[in-house]
Design a protein around this ligand. Structure first.
Ligand code: UDP
Length: 487
């Protein structure tokens, strides 16, 4: 294997757009600002993921050259190992484990020796490969620092106590019981062991990259670096490298939707979307439709077929061909009555481009971390509608700490949010005087995000520290190779 002249980063993204997108943006940063060579390894959820599909996933025209190399690891069928009772985290962990041999052989066959391995939350079992190949190893948390603190703290609780109330993380905002990740206090939940394991394995990395920035979570970042109790669980460097968000590609938003958006008044349209996996029940879909109609506000709603009792349903269910029948799930006559008010888009929309349009004035969001950041960088206030994973924490962070969001009294994870409450949240965020503070606060946060990203910003400084370590590794790799040659 040849030691390259510049650092070569191998980034492994686990399934789901929420994991792939930050890895792609991380790759772009390494390449554009730090002259790295990057290979992204992607895990395929389907047997035949062809290059055309690949370009759809990345939301870019075919034949557009990318800056990084993209390798789709050949499909491994783990279905026999997955028990129907397994929850989302366990399912992902089992799927990912199946790809360790193929990543090893890909790394072995690479022409240029990678200097650095970056995995995300579900890839921590791959960190041993970095030792095998003499690489620096990092975990990239596609979420916030508060969630990182919870994840590294939970293994401590595992050894000490079983909780029934809020979770106290040293030096950090406490996590209320309803916001705690489902498996944390339920050892019978199949996800419990995997979550504890991930918390322990993060500690084996040389450092953690987290998709936040200093101004957004100063207290938590300080505690992650300085709190004695937390440092006993995790004593490595924490690099806030955010906000890593997909840049707007104007060519992705075109045709009728763009024309319609261009005709709407400034900040008058509510965008409604539940990410790549979020799914509502039939009853909740009906209530949301009524709430939108009753609010009399303009909207764009990315709608997918309802699934009962599985709020992350779209992550694991193929919904191909269902876009034709989407109206079946809406109240009778809804599309006709709201024809001039809004647009229903089946399945998937060009979200970053929509959120960046000046007509957008609010986002009803499941609070996946990418969606949350996309809202912040565009200065769009949020109606928080968390559904699964760490989304309850993200929602609380946005409502209580950052003060750019509102949420329903009825938790969407527990019951059905009524049309009346939906209507009142929409009017508050979009037009009511009561929403004024939130609307102006989010513009302030937007400016902080811009500041973090500029060349003198703290995010850039974090990247520089990180890349220095990689350059040192490259020098040591070269030294090792020279001494082998000289022997
Ligand atoms: N996304 C999109 N169009 C959609 C739904 C989602 O482009 O219709 C993108 C969205 O912009 C975000 C990502 O998919 O970048 C979803 O990530 P997030 O962390 O918000 O949620 P997850 O899908 O992981 O739950």
């Amino acid at each position: 294997m040849v030691i390259p002249t510049k650092p070569h980063a191998a980034l492994l993204a686990s399934p789901g757009m929420g994991h792939l997108i930050p890895m792609i943006e991380l790759a772009n940063r390494f390449i554009i600002h730090h002259d790295f060579h990057v290979t992204i390894f992607m895990v395929s959820m389907e047997p035949n993921l062809d290059p055309l599909h690949k370009s759809n996933i990345l939301n870019q025209p075919i034949n557009t050259p990318t800056l990084y190399d993209l390798v789709v690891l050949p499909y491994v069928d783990s279905s026999a190992k997955i028990d129907p009772s397994n929850k989302i985290l366990t399912r992902l962990a089992i799927m990912m484990r199946g790809y360790i041999p193929s990543l090893r052989s890909e790394l072995r066959s690479m022409e240029h020796n990678p200097t650095l391995l970056v995995v995300d939350l579900f890839g921590t079992e791959f960190l041993n490969l970095a030792d095998e190949f003499n690489m620096v190893k990092y975990v990239c948390i596609p979420s916030n620092a508060w969630f990182l603190a919870e994840t590294i703290w939970v293994p401590f609780l595992d050894k000490q106590i079983k909780h029934v109330g809020p979770l106290y993380i040293p030096g950090c905002k406490r996590v209320e019981y309803d916001d705690i990740l489902d498996p944390v206090f339920d050892p019978k939940n199949s996800d419990y062991d995997d979550y504890v394991r991930i918390g322990v394995e993060i500690g084996k990395a040389d450092g953690v990259l987290v998709n936040t920035w200093e101004d957004l979570e100063p207290k938590t970042l300080y505690s992650l670096r300085n709190n004695k109790e937390l440092r006993k669980m995790f004593d490595k460097s924490v690099y806030p490298v955010g906000p890593l968000v997909r840049p707007v590609r104007p060519e992705c938003l075109g045709g009728e939707l763009l024309e319609w958006l261009n005709e709407q008044p400034k900040e008058s349209v509510l965008y409604v979307s539940f990410g790549s996996g979020g799914t509502l029940s039939s009853q909740q879909t009906i209530e949301l439709a009524w709430g939108l109609e009753m609010s009399n506000q303009r909207f764009i709603w990315v709608l997918r077929p309802p699934i009962e009792h599985d709020r992350a349903g779209a992550l694991f269910h193929a919904m191909d061909g269902q876009d034709q029948i989407i109206s079946l799930y809406l109240p009778h006559g809804f599309l006709t009555r709201t024809h001039n008010l809004g647009k229903v888009i089946p399945m998937w929309a060009p979200q970053t481009e929509i959120l960046a349009h000046c007509s957008i004035g609010g986002f009803l969001s499941h609070c996946g971390w990418n969606s949350t950041l996309e809202s912040l960088v565009n200065g769009v206030p949020i109606i928080a509608w968390p559904l699964y994973a760490e989304q309850n924490m993200n929602a609380t962070l946005m409502v209580d700490e950052i003060r750019v969001a509102i949420r329903s009294k009825e938790l969407p994870t527990k019951g059905v949010v009524s049309r009346e409450e939906i209507k009142s949240m929409i009017t508050k965020i979009m037009v009511d005087v009561g929403g004024f503070e939130i609307r102006s606060r989010v513009k302030e946060v937007q400016q902080y995000a811009k500041r973090a990203l500029n060349m003198e910003g703290l995010t850039c400084k974090a990247f520089s520290q990180l890349t220095k370590k990689c350059e040192m590794k490259l020098t040591s790799q070269r030294g090792t190779q020279n001494s082998i040659v000289n022997e």
